[in-house]
Design a binder for this molecule. Structure first.
Ligand code: DHB
Ligand code: FE
Length: 280
């Protein structure tokens, strides 16, 4: 049977991709941030997953404002990446697993999560920057990737509580797949940031740290907040942190905290990373 080994949540800021392209990891601005990913890389090398399900938000690359599904699952054998305007280098395409994706779609829809299924899907920095942070393997990636895109860009945005439940559903879906696969779940986005309007530039370190603890030990604390409440604390783009709840929901109720790291600011954002492991 397919097994969820654990999950990683991380911010997905485009500037991280450009810092890697320009080899800036050891410079004073970036060093502490990138050092925070060394334990993540070690853990991934150790567990050696076959598939990464990447829960992220599209930023107008695959879905523009004229067509915005609330939840969209990639059901393809290959995903190309592209830059929607940040000047990011295009990296190697991702191998998917359409058969596994269709199993997830069948199971989720039977569980009343009426997701959109996409047999073609371009993935943007929300997907590719975290992958590049974890595995800078080029021209090939060491895992297959499955994109699960959640709308956090255009209102109405799915509730935080819905994403925690989506995680529960995802767990059932994965664990009912007959093939022996090791699956890792990524939740990308957040933490607090706002890129536009009067409050552009806000970061709430205290709220971010509370969210990190809540995702580990008390996900209901974040799940019970409305989208408006989260935006008031974390900013219009800080609402991306709800993706972390979908990752958490897919894991066991009690998890091992392998790694936790926070650094602010990176670009305009409070940057957090968690590695949570399922009990064996
Ligand atoms: C930034 C953060 C994001 O999550 C994003 O999608 C784009 C930009 C930033 O901090 O610059
Ligand atoms: Fe984003």
């Amino acid at each position: 049977m397919a097994r969820i080994v654990g999950g990683v949540t991380t911010s997905h800021i485009p500037a991280i991709g450009n810092a890697m392209t320009n080899n800036l990891e050891q410079t004073p601005y970036w060093k502490r941030f990138f050092d925070g990913y060394e334990p993540v890389k070690e853990w991934l090398a150790d567990v050696d997953p076959d598939i990464a399900i990447v829960i992220y938000n599209d930023h107008g690359l695959n879905f523009f404002l004229n067509q915005v599904p609330a939840i969209a699952l990639g059901c393809a054998d290959q995903y190309h990446n592209a830059d929607e305007g940040w000047g990011l280098q295009t990296l190697a395409s991702f191998e998917g697993d359409a058969q596994f994706s269709w199993h997830l779609a069948e199971s989720l829809i039977r569980q009343e999560f009426d997701i959109a299924t996409c047999q073609e899907m371009l993935v943007d920095h929300g997907f590719i920057v975290p992958m590049a942070l974890m595995w800078r393997h080029l021209p090939e990636w060491p895992v297959k990737g499955i994109p699960l895109a959640i709308n956090t860009v255009q209102h109405p945005i799915p509730r935080a509580s819905r994403l925690l439940k989506l995680g529960y559903g995802l767990r059932k879906a994965i664990e009912s797949y007959p093939e022996d696969l090791k699956v890792v779940i990524f939740g990308t986005g957040g933490m607090s940031h706002q890129l536009q309007g009067e409050r552009a530039g806000i970061i709430d370190v205290e709220y971010d740290l509370k969210c990190m603890d809540a995702v580990i030990n008390d996900p209901e604390w974040l799940a019970n907040q409305t989208i408006d409440e989260i935006i008031r604390k974390a900013g219009t783009e800080g609402v991306e942190t709800i993706m972390w709840l979908a990752m958490r929901g897919a894991l066991h109720p009690t998890v091992n905290v392998v790694h936790k790291h926070y650094h602010a600011p990176i670009s305009n954002t409070g940057a957090g990373v968690l590695v949570l492991e399922n009990p064996a």
